[in-house]
Design a protein around this ligand. Structure first.
Ligand code: DX5
Ligand code: ZN
Length: 229
């Protein structure tokens, strides 16, 4: 897929990061308008947060909303599953338009099997780590992962404060990827701002998720440009 080749090039040349605005911070009453804004911006992906009220203490939205998003979105859907037992729904997410499907390490006792199942359905396979989960749990599986999503807040809500320890985690993950000659890309999610974006890219991040930085801005299109700089 073209955008993955682009992201891999970013790793090499430290180019601008891909930006994935999180629709969790959009105005759900005007979802088509907000999707159109992203379509016409420099954003690269739509970040879609699915929460089940079990794995995280919040419920976001499910398939009917995701299918409605799919109808309007003209960029890849990057779906972040904050749900227990995600294996139950992999095919449904494929059918709802997910191109990248990310599960949580903490929710998958048979992570290898889950990743193979995601790929067999024709999606890119991502793994997310909660703030307390060390990067080295991925030592034996990094080459099977297309994308690692490092949570830089505790998952469940937008608008939280960025955890500073994330930089060190990104550096460690980058090292793990390089030493395994893997093609995995690094995505950061939670508390990303125009201020910390460049430091995250310097540490090795390829994709930045941004919810409140984009949607709480007076000029979301410009906020996306600023995050890329
Ligand atoms: C939090 C979600 C994030 C959230 C980010 O659990 O995974 O994607 O929308 O929102 P901000 O950028 O506001 O921290
Ligand atoms: Zn997310």
């Amino acid at each position: 897929m073209g955008f993955f080749i682009f992201a891999a090039q970013n790793i090499k040349y430290m180019k601008a990061p891909l930006i994935a605005p999180s629709l969790l911070s959009a105005d759900f009453a005007y979802l088509a308008r907000d999707i159109e804004m992203i379509n016409n911006s420099e954003a690269d992906w739509f970040h879609i947060d699915i929460m089940d009220g079990m794995f995280v203490p919040n419920i976001s939205f499910g398939f009917p909303v995701l299918k409605a998003i799919q109808k309007h979105a003209k960029k890849p859907l990057d779906v972040h599953l904050m749900i227990e037992k995600p294996d139950r729904y992999l095919e449904d997410f494929k059918n709802a338009g997910a191109e990248i499907l990310t599960v949580h390490y903490e929710a998958c006792p048979h992570l290898h099997r889950t990743l193979q199942a995601i790929k067999a359905l024709g999606m890119k396979a991502g793994v997310s780590l909660n703030p307390h989960t060390p990067v080295n749990v991925l030592d034996d599986i990094i080459s099977d992962i297309d994308l690692v999503l490092i949570m830089s807040v505790n998952p469940g809500f937008g608008g939280q404060k960025f955890i500073e320890h994330t930089y060190e985690k990104v550096r460690k993950l980058k090292q793990l990827i390089t030493s395994n000659k893997a093609k995995t890309i690094i995505e950061i999610d939670g508390g990303v701002t125009v201020e910390n974006a460049s430091k995250l890219v310097e540490a090795g991040a390829n994709v930045l998720v941004a919810g409140s930085t984009v949607f709480n801005s007076e000029n979301p299109v410009q906020a996306i440009i600023d995050l890329k700089k």
